[in-house]
Design a protein around this ligand. Structure first.
Ligand SMILES: [Zn+2]
Length: 470
């Protein structure tokens, strides 16, 4: 069995089955797979229909045609940016990205050359003449006015555009520096600043997520077997501690729950209820408990949260007192009252963050001394998790199908503005209550309106005090 570490940030694609694969061989057709290059950290996840609809809307609005063809599997890979940017993988290649512009409250399409053939854009292109094309194609030169052979009339300054040669083949992508009308009358100067990207191979073809599960039968079985034996070993090593699964309503804790029940039989769920969960999360905790026939032990953190809020104000990215007050301390209290001490299996994965990359697989959190924690899926990528949930037909949280990729408190200050604006529009009444608390604090402290409306409360400007990963 290969070391789980060898899957680190790695993704392959089967060009016969047209699915992502988590190993060098395809379990469905037996063929050899092709390595897919991604921008680090590289923890891609399936694009659900709502995600595909968003990507296609953003591309259609700008280029006049959608990016992801019908019936094709797509993945999203979150990449570092000022707010939020997602690479879009289709046919085993990065074919573009979408990027959120907080100041304009909208998503922008950032194309790759690979998307030209896939999406056949109806507008936003320029043509370089034969004299200029070679330098643009081979040396990533920018397009200057003397080399311009044509420009689609709707191109405006700041637009993302495709650069074509005179035969109509795409030779670059980049950003227009002038409007089309200006470009046509210019004698010299920059028309398009081109962008250098790593090249990607896209082999389009239709497939279903059932095909993807079949293509990954081998790596899924290996990961499952390794995780189950880990759970058994840890439980044996802590024989005196009653086991449970720390269940958040998220995908990682659901996989952990399935693995632990396969290894140990029935165990209780330990749910930290901050009082700030999405309605879908409460539904999911009930549904999962009923589906597996397991009891739920709840640690309530709502009271402690609002008590702390009254003196400290809202938690911020750099002032996250919330996790300790609303989760860790209530969890410690419940464990002491219920079991004295316990062994909790937690859906923590090292690919989630650089901090978790360095963390151990069995540990004791200093703020929950009554709990030994263990992470059966420490080595799994998000794609392992999703394919496993699809394979098991597991009742995952419906939020994932609604454009929310990280389950936690609905107002988490660590969320991107893209997510917060999505939550505001989708859950207006939930947000109104939070907004009322923010305004109370704002008035009492004489803070500007932008502190609430521009989401300025999310950053306090103090140095990392009590900074926990929730
Ligand atoms: Zn295959």
């Amino acid at each position: 069995m290969p070391s789980p570490l060898s899957f680190k940030g790695m993704l392959w694609w089967c060009d016969t089955c047209h699915t992502p694969v988590l190993s060098r061989g395809c379990s469905r057709c037996g063929g050899v797979t092709r390595r897919v290059m991604l921008t680090p950290p590289g923890d891609p996840r399936p694009a659900f229909p709502a995600d595909v609809a968003l990507v296609n809307q953003v591309y259609s609005d700008h280029f006049g045609s959608p990016l992801v063809p019908d019936g094709h599997l797509a993945l999203l890979n979150k990449v570092p940016d000022t707010d939020r940017m997602e690479e879009v993988i289709v046919g085993g290649g990065v074919v573009g990205a979408i990027r959120y512009i907080p100041g304009e409250g909208r998503w922008e399409a950032i194309p790759r050359m690979e998307s030209f053939g896939l999406s056949a854009p109806a507008r936003k292109w320029v043509v370089a003449d034969n004299g200029a094309a070679a330098a643009i194609r081979d040396r990533s030169a920018s397009l200057l006015a003397p080399g311009l052979a044509g420009i689609e009339p709707s191109v405006m300054k700041g637009d993302e555009v495709f650069v074509l040669d005179e035969k109509g083949e795409c030779i670059a992508v980049g950003r227009a520096r002038v409007d089309a009308a200006v470009a046509e009358s210019m004698e010299r100067g920059l028309v398009v600043r081109t962008r250098r990207t790593f090249s990607s191979v896209c082999v389009p073809g239709k497939a279903t997520w059932e095909d993807a599960v079949a293509a990954n039968a081998g790596p899924l079985a290996e990961h499952e077997e390794e995780a189950i034996s880990f759970v058994k070993n840890v439980a044996r090593g802590h024989g005196s501690l009653p086991p449970n699964v720390s269940y958040s309503g998220g995908k990682d804790s659901l996989v952990t729950l399935i693995l632990v029940t396969k290894a140990l039989g029935d165990v209780p769920l330990l749910f930290a209820d901050t009082g700030l969960e999405f309605p879908e999360t409460y539904d999911n905790v009930r549904e999962v408990a009923a589906h597996f026939g397991l009891p739920v032990t709840v640690a309530r953190g709502s009271e402690a949260f609002w008590e702390a809020f009254s003196t400290r104000g809202p938690p911020a990215r750099d002032f996250r007192w919330c996790c300790r007050a609303a989760k860790l301390e209530p969890v410690d209290g419940v464990i002491r009252n219920t079991w004295g001490e316990c062994l909790s299996f937690i859906g923590q994965r090292k690919f989630e963050s650089s901090r978790r990359m360095a963390s151990h697989r069995v540990w004791r959190n200093p703020h929950i001394p009554a709990q030994v924690s263990a992470a059966p899926i420490h080595h799994w990528t998000a794609l392992h998790v999703w394919l496993y949930l699809f394979r098991e037909k597991a009742p995952y949280n419906r939020l994932y199908e609604q454009g929310v990729d990280r389950i936690g408190c609905f107002m988490c200050p660590s969320s991107d503005l893209a997510v917060i604006r999505h939550v505001i529009s989708r859950y207006p009444s939930l947000w109104e209550k939070w907004d009322a608390h923010l305004r109370e604090w704002q008035k009492a402290r004489g803070l500007p309106d932008s502190w609430v409306e521009g989401a300025g409360w999310r950053v306090r400007g103090v140095s990392g005090e009590e900074d926990y990963n929730c």
